[in-house]
Design a protein around this ligand. Structure first.
Ligand SMILES: Nc1ncnc2c1ncn2[C@@H]1O[C@H](COP(=O)(O)OP(=O)(O)OP(=O)(O)O)[C@@H](O)[C@H]1O
Length: 518
């Protein structure tokens, strides 16, 4: 029987959270198997694990979205049962999701006020909200203009609004799910200062991340899940990336790659003065020109929202170009459909994998042969060959370590990182001449990232021309032969990949040209 935790009026500050022996079973998957986790006031706990290890499932039980099959959740030593996120918010727990839940045409203070109730007056006084909000901002050094509209803010500022919203509602414990995925290196530094300040103010923080250097930089302790079980609780003292990776994956992971010098050939993809509009009809890509040769990886670095998505969608044929030309293998394909581009040898790994890359109600095999179902070996004379489909899908699932109970599991039941691995497996399986890869390892664990990077380098050595769009500077620097930086829809510079530093790229991503940095 679920009962509510203490009402807001008598809420006690959280000093300790314990999750003890938590078990959660889904059909065919034991997502959490007697998992233990503890975090105390003033502490930053990193929760690590491969894709599908059970991190989100564990946090969803803490946040009242799922009920554990067995096990206990204790706050300050007292057992509690949460039946909804409202109970959880009242208890002082807040969650900052990867995708912000803000209304873009409202102001910052209006967003903070959304859903709040006034205790005395019929209407909430926005000036009172603003005053309290600014007190929170001062305490945690959060720089925000309360009257600015959300659409005017950078991604980092929007994240600050989410943090203020959560603190405003009295959260002592904050769950942060891959919070740095969308930030520039400079924004990550600022964000870490905010986290440290929150820890100093005796908040409890659970930080989920696949980026090991960040985990080492920010956490006090690390809890590691593997295959649904807790395999380690370690103080962050003398820990190394290699140890963490080994604990997560269960084998040593190579974190640096040898890259042969590129052996470039003809231009495979030519982008000539391309202009693309966003969903509101404004120019978002403003005259981009790039050339990518066979055997070359061109990295496109930039803070999200600077035109990368629109450019990638235009290249995939999902969005019209308002001006300019796209030439694939010397043939103009500016107006070609997505399918015509696939036939021309182009593969596309989309950034929004749940919207563009996959049909969530279809199973793994069906998704694996999407767009290729009418081709040999999957079908002949319009008759599907199920054993060939199953064999090819099984190989891809094994190669990319897609964690799934069966090949006929619906994709909506896979963890986020496993969906991404499946799309990559499908797109690389075509052996493309041109690959547009948008954020290929975002949300993907270290073991799979290693595999994906090796596959991208293998494709490169086999002559694929790759446009690698990524906000992860380590990834861009590790893989790219040249790096173009996009800022406000324009390419502000192209630099040599192997010698580019994170600082130089970070500044260019903030709009400072290479010459101005000297
Ligand atoms: N609603 C569901 N129905 C069936 N299976 C599920 C459901 N939610 C999660 N699973 C399965 O439970 C396992 C754990 O998934 P979970 O999302 O917790 O992993 P994760 O560690 O958060 O992974 P990622 O890093 O990819 O986000 C996976 O095998 C997943 O396929």
């Amino acid at each position: 029987m679920s009962k509510k935790y203490y009402p807001a009026a008598v809420k006690q500050p959280i000093k300790q959270l314990q999750m003890i022996d938590i078990t959660k079973q889904f059909p065919g998957v034991l997502a959490n198997d007697h998992v233990n986790l503890e975090v105390r006031a003033g502490e930053i706990l990193a929760l690590l694990g491969e894709n599908g290890a059970g991190k989100s499932t564990l946090m969803k039980q803490l946040y009242g979205l799922y009920q554990p099959d067995s096990g206990r959740i204790l706050i300050n030593g007292k057992e509690c049962h949460f039946s909804s996120p409202t109970d959880v918010i009242h208890a002082g727990i807040g969650m900052i999701h990867q995708h912000f839940m803000l209304v873009s045409n409202l102001t910052v203070r209006e967003n903070v006020a959304l859903g709040l109730k006034s205790s005395r007056q019929p209407f909430l006084d926005l000036n009172i909200v603003e005053k309290k909000m600014m007190e929170i901002c001062d305490t945690y050094n959060l720089k925000l203009n309360p009257r600015a509209y959300i659409w005017q803010l950078s991604v980092g500022e929007q994240q600050r609004v989410e943090i203020v919203k959560t603190l405003y509602r009295g959260a002592d414990l904050l769950i942060l799910d891959e919070p740095t995925a969308v930030l520039t290196p400079q924004e990550v530094d600022e964000f870490f200062q905010i986290l440290r300040k929150m820890a100093q103010e005796k908040h409890l923080i659970i930080f989920i991340s696949h980026k090991l250097h960040e985990v080492l930089a920010i956490s006090d302790r690390v809890t590691i899940l593997r295959d649904g079980r807790s395999v380690g609780q370690r103080e962050n003292k003398n820990l190394t990336k290699a140890e963490l990776a080994q604990m997560m994956v269960g084998r040593p992971v190579v974190l640096q790659y040898e890259r042969a010098a590129p052996s470039v050939g003809d231009v495979k993809l030519k982008i000539e003065d391309v202009w693309v509009r966003n969903d509101w009809g404004e120019d978002q890509v403003k005259g981009v020109s790039l050339e990518i040769r066979s055997g070359e990886i061109l990295g496109l670095a930039g803070v999200s929202g600077n035109g990368q998505r629109e450019l990638a969608e235009a290249l995939a044929g999902l969005r019209k170009c308002s001006k300019g030309r796209i030439i694939i293998d010397s043939i103009e394909m500016t107006k070609a459909s997505p399918y015509e581009r696939i036939l021309a040898g182009q593969s596309y790994i989309p950034e929004e994998r749940n919207k563009e890359g996959i049909i969530r109600e279809f199973d793994i095999m069906e998704n694996f042969i999407l767009e290729d179902h009418d081709k040999i070996p999957y079908s002949k004379h319009w008759i599907l060959n199920f054993s060939n489909i199953a064999a090819a899908t099984q190989k891809a699932v094994d190669d990319f370590s897609v964690k799934t109970p069966t090949l006929s599991t619906k994709v909506k039941n896979l963890s986020g990182g496993n969906v991404q691995k499946l799309i990559l497996a499908r797109e690389l399986n075509r052996n493309p001449k041109i690959l547009i890869a948008a954020q290929p390892t975002r949300g993907v664990d270290i073991g799979a990232t290693e595999y994906i990077h090796r596959r991208l380098l293998k494709q490169r050595s086999e002559g694929t021309a790759t446009l690698l769009i990524s906000e992860d500077l380590d990834e861009i620097r590790a893989l790219s032969d040249r790096i173009a930086v996009i800022f406000e829809g324009r390419i502000i510079g192209i630099v040599d990949g192997p010698t580019a530093t994170a600082e130089k790229l970070g500044l260019m991503m903030a709009g400072v040209q290479e010459e101005e940095q000297k």
